[in-house]
Design a protein around this ligand. Structure first.
Ligand SMILES: [Zn+2]
Length: 247
């Protein structure tokens, strides 16, 4: 199906049925929640458009007014729907020791911050592979990359994780010198700073990496991360949208 529309779709849009069908079908194909392949416009489809816009705009707040809920004929949103590297909404990879990372959140069935963008999924996988090659290869007893919360299955507001709305951020548990993770803060003796440094370097080597939050003064002084309240016991890895590639 050609992803083009004759008039605007979404909030305050013209919403011609054939155009609505094109947009909804494409969002469904990309894995976005709330949509079915029909020509009916309503609040749930607008929610899906706004989540897609938050992703492509690199905004961690879906309710940001820049995510205006409307797809214009030659606007940025339709171009991202057409893009070769359009974001998909998906469950994050589970990982394995062979891949250098483990997604603790997928394993924890009591918490469902398991979803995010394909951009984040690819970045986490590549970070694990890089960390394995550049650090675990010579430090075989060090902790793996342990991923915790990304976003909820349908994105959007999440009470416990500010800034985790659009599948562009994941939390990382602190590596310990005993090869385990978590249950510590950065000032504890058990904190494996060398492993954390390598984890951040592996993440920052990825093309869409943007910000790392971690309140470790040594690594801040090295220019690897920044201090943000609440980040003494975990790191926060955040990505930005890639450059759009058109077909
Ligand atoms: Zn976070």
């Amino acid at each position: 199906m050609t992803i083009s529309i004759q008039a605007s779709v979404g909030l305050h849009g013209d919403n011609k049925p054939e155009d609505v069908l094109v947009v909804k079908s494409r969002l469904l194909e990309l894995g976005f929640p709330f949509v079915t392949a029909d020509s009916v416009m309503g609040p749930l489809t607008i929610k899906a458009i706004r989540l897609f816009q938050a992703v492509k705009n690199g905004l961690n707040d879906v309710d940001d007014q820049r995510n205006d809920g409307r797809v214009d004929v030659n606007g940025d949103t339709i171009k991202w729907l057409q893009a070769v590297n359009a974001p998909r909404w998906q469950r994050m990879p589970v990982g394995s020791p062979e891949e250098g990372f483990i997604n603790d959140n997928i394993i924890d069935v009591s918490d469902n911050h398991d979803f995010g963008t394909s951009w984040m999924a690819d970045t986490l996988s590549a970070t694990g592979a890089t960390y394995k090659a550049q650090f675990l290869a010579t430090h075989p007893n060090a902790a793996l990359l342990h991923i915790n919360d990304t976003s909820l299955p349908q994105g959007g507001d999440t009470p416990v994780h500010h800034g985790h709305e659009a599948g562009l951020a994941s939390d990382i548990r602190l590596p310990r010198k005993d090869g385990n993770v978590g249950g510590i803060v950065v000032t504890d003796q058990a904190f494996d700073r060398a492993a954390m440094r390598a984890l951040i370097q592996a993440f920052r080597a990825q093309p869409v990496s943007s910000r790392v939050f971690l309140n470790d003064q040594t690594l801040i002084n090295e220019g690897l991360c920044q201090a943000v309240a609440g980040h003494n016991n975990h790191a926060h890895f955040e990505i930005k949208p890639p450059v759009r590639v058109m077909p």
